[in-house]
Ligand binder design. Structure first.
Ligand code: NAD
Length: 480
C-alpha cells in the first residue's frame, strides 16, 4: 500500500480537510513514492490559526532569545543525526545526486547553528535626538506568522534558509513546500517538534501552488511571505502582498552569465562552466546558462565543455558513479526539450546532447547540451530553461561582455574566470548580479547574504541581513 502523508499542523499530523491526496513520483524510475495531503483553503486556515495561537502563547512569546537559539541548535543536531535519511528522501523525490545531497546535508545544520547564534544578537539602539529630555530607543520585534513557499529543486536548503532566521527572530511559520517534494519538509517539521519547538511554531501544509499556495498568500493573518520560485509566481505574490502592505522576500529565477577571459586558467574555467550549468541537471536558479568566452579561447572552451559534457555519466542518482540524474518531473523534460527545438529553429547548433540519452531507466533524463551559434536575441539565451543546456557565445572586449552579460531581465549571479585581479574587481563592480564569483562558481554559505537584482528578486537571504527580513523596527520615546 502507498504511504500517505498528512499535513503537519499544531505539532501533530492532520488529515486533509477535503480528504484528498496526490502522488509523488521518483523521477528516475517513475515509481510512486508516496501520496501527500492535498491542501485546501481550510487546511491553510487551520495551519495559520495554529501558528497564530503559538505566536501569542507564553510558551513561545516568553521564551528568551537565547533559549530560541538552543532549540535551533538542537534542530541542527537532529538534522545532522538524520542526514543520511534526509539525503536519500530528497534524492528519491527530485532526482538530485545522492552524492550532492550528502554534501548539502553535511552543511545544512550550519544554517541552524548560524541563526541560533544570532537569535540573541538582534539589537536595537539608543538614538541621540534633538531633545535632551527624551530617551529614544529602537527595538526589533518578530513579525508574527510567516508563510514560507518553496520550490522542488533544493527543498531542504531553501526551506531551512527561511525557517532558521524566521524562528531565530521569534516568528512562527507555515510552510507550503513544492507539490513535487513534500516529504523532507514534513520530516523537518517533525524534527522541529522533537527538538522542542512548541506546537504550532512550525507547520507544513502540502499541496498545489494554485490551491494551498494561493490560499496561504491571501490569508489575512499572515505578516509576511518568504518565497523562492519562479519570477512569474513571484510577481503574483508581490502584487498580493503589496496590496495588503505586508512584507515579502522573493528569491526568483535567473539566467546567469559565466564569463571566461583569454587569460583564464582554461582547465579550471572549463570545469567551472561545466559545474555551473550541469550540476543538479541545470535545475538551479544560479545556473551559469549563458557562457561568454573571449574569442581567443572560444574554440578551445567549446571543445573542452562539449567533450566533457558528452562523457558525463547519466543514470540512477543514488549510484556513486552517476554524474547527472534526471529532471524532476515530466513537464520539466518537455520544457527543456522544447527549448532546444526553439534554439535550433532560431539557428543554434547543438554541439552535444539535445535529446534524451540512451539509458535503460524510464525516468525524465535529458543529455547535457551545448549550443553554439547563439546570440542575445534568441529565446534560449534570454529565457530561463532550468535544465542542462549551456549557450556559449564569443566576445571581443571587456566593455562588450559587460553589455552582453547585463542585457537580461535577471540579475541573480555571475561568474568571471580571469587571472587579472584588477579586471576581476572591475567586472565584479560592473555586473548587475546579486552574487559574483571569481574563479569559482556556486559557492554559498549561511553567513554570506544573497539577493537577486532586477527580476531575480527582492530582499535578502542568508547572513545577518536576513534576520532583519523577519523583524520590524519599533521606535520608543520616553519623556524623562
Ligand atoms: P514555481 O514558482 O512554479 O513554484 C514555487 C512554489 O510556489 C511551489 O511551492 C508552488 O507550489 C508555489 N506556487 C505556485 N503558484 C503559486 C501561487 N499562485 N500562489 C502561491 N504559491 C504558488 O517555481 P518552481 O518551478 O517550483 O521552481 C523553479 C523556479 O524557482 C525557477 O525559476 C528557479 O530559478 C527559482 N529558484 C530561485 C532560487 C533563488 O534563490 N533565487 C532558488 C531556487 C529556485
Amino acid at each position: 500500500m502507498t504511504l500517505r502523508l498528512d499535513h503537519f499542523i499544531g505539532g501533530t499530523w492532520s488529515a486533509p480537510a477535503a480528504g484528498e491526496y496526490f502522488p509523488s513520483t521518483n523521477p528516475a524510475t517513475l515509481e510512486v513514492l508516496y501520496e501527500a495531503a492535498r491542501g485546501t483553503e481550510e487546511d491553510v486556515r487551520r495551519a495559520v490559526a495554529a501558528a497564530k495561537e503559538a505566536f501569542g502563547s507564553p510558551l513561545w512569546r516568553d521564551l528568551t532569545a537565547t533559549k530560541r537559539g538552543h532549540l535551533l541548535r538542537r534542530l541542527g543536531d537532529l538534522i545532522g543525526e538524520h542526514a543520511d535519511e534526509l539525503a536519500e528522501l530528497e534524492t528519491l523525490d527530485n532526482g538530485k545526486l545522492l552524492r550532492e545531497m550528502r554534501g548539502q546535508l553535511a552543511s545544512l545544520p550550519e544554517y541552524l547553528y548560524y541563526y541560533a547564534g544570532l537569535a540573541d544578537k538582534v539589537q536595537g539602539s539608543q538614538i541621540p535626538t534633538n531633545s535632551i529630555t527624551m530617551l529614544n530607543y529602537t527595538q526589533r520585534e518578530p513579525l508574527g506568522v510567516v508563510g514560507a513557499i518553496t520550490p522542488w529543486n533544493s527543498p531542504l536548503t531553501l526551506t531551512t534558509s527561511k525557517l532558521a532566521p524566521a524562528l531565530a527572530a521569534g516568528n512562527t511559520v507555515v510552510i507550503k513546500p513544492s507539490e513535487y517534494t513534500s516529504r523532507t519538509i514534513l520530516r523537518v517539521a517533525e524534527l522541529a517538534s522533537e527538538a522542542g519547538f512548541p506546537d504550532g511554531v512550525v507547520n507544513v501544509v502540502t499541496g498545489f501552488g494554485q490551491e494551498a499556495g494561493a490560499a496561504l498568500v491571501s490569508h489575512r493573518d499572515l505578516a509576511k511571505i518568504s518565497f523562492t520560485g519562479s519570477t512569474q509566481t513571484g510577481a503574483r505574490i508581490a502584487a498580493e502582498t503589496a496590496s495588503r502592505f505586508i512584507g515579502s522576500t522573493l528569491e526568483l529565477g535567473g539566467k546567469s552569465p559565466n564569463i571566461v577571459f583569454g587569460d583564464a586558467d582554461m582547465s579550471n574555467a572549463a570545469m567551472g562552466v561545466i559545474a555551473g550549468i550541469f550540476a543538479a541537471a541545470g535545475q538551479t536558479c544560479i545556473a551559469g546558462s549563458r557562457v561568454f568566452a573571449h574569442r581567443s579561447v572560444y574554440d578551445e572552451l567549446v571543445e573542452r565543455v562539449a567533450e566533457r559534457a558528452a562523457s558525463i555519466i547519466i543514470g540512477d542518482p543514488r549510484l556513486a558513479t552517476t554524474e547527472l540524474g534526471p529532471l524532476a518531473f515530466g513537464a520539466q523534460l518537455e520544457k527543456v526539450s522544447s527549448y532546444v527545438d526553439i534554439g535550433v529553429s532560431e539557428g543554434a547548433t547543438v554541439r552535444t546532447g539535445g535529446k534524451r540519452p540512451d539509458i535503460e531507466l524510464p525516468g525524465y533524463f535529458f543529455a547535457p547540451t551545448v549550443l553554439t551559434g547563439v546570440d542575445n536575441s534568441m529565446r534560449v539565451v534570454r529565457e530561463e530553461i532550468f535544465g542542462p543546456v549551456a549557450a556559449i557565445m564569443p566576445f571581443d572586449s571587456e566593455d562588450e561582455v559587460v553589455g552582453l552579460a547585463n542585457d537580461t531581465e535577471y540579475g541573480l549571479a555571475a561568474g568571471i574566470w580571469t587571472q587579472n585581479l584588477a579586471r576581476a574587481h572591475r567586472m565584479a563592480r560592473r555586473l548587475e548580479a546579486g552574487t559574483v564569483w571569481v574563479n569559482t562558481y556556486r559557492a554559498m554559505s549561511p553567513m554570506s547574504p544573497r539577493q537577486g537584482f532586477k527580476n531575480s528578486g527582492v530582499g535578502i537571504e542568508h547572513g545577518i541581513e536576513s534576520m532583519h527580513e523577519y523583524t520590524r523596527l519599533k521606535s520608543v520615546w520616553i519623556n524623562t
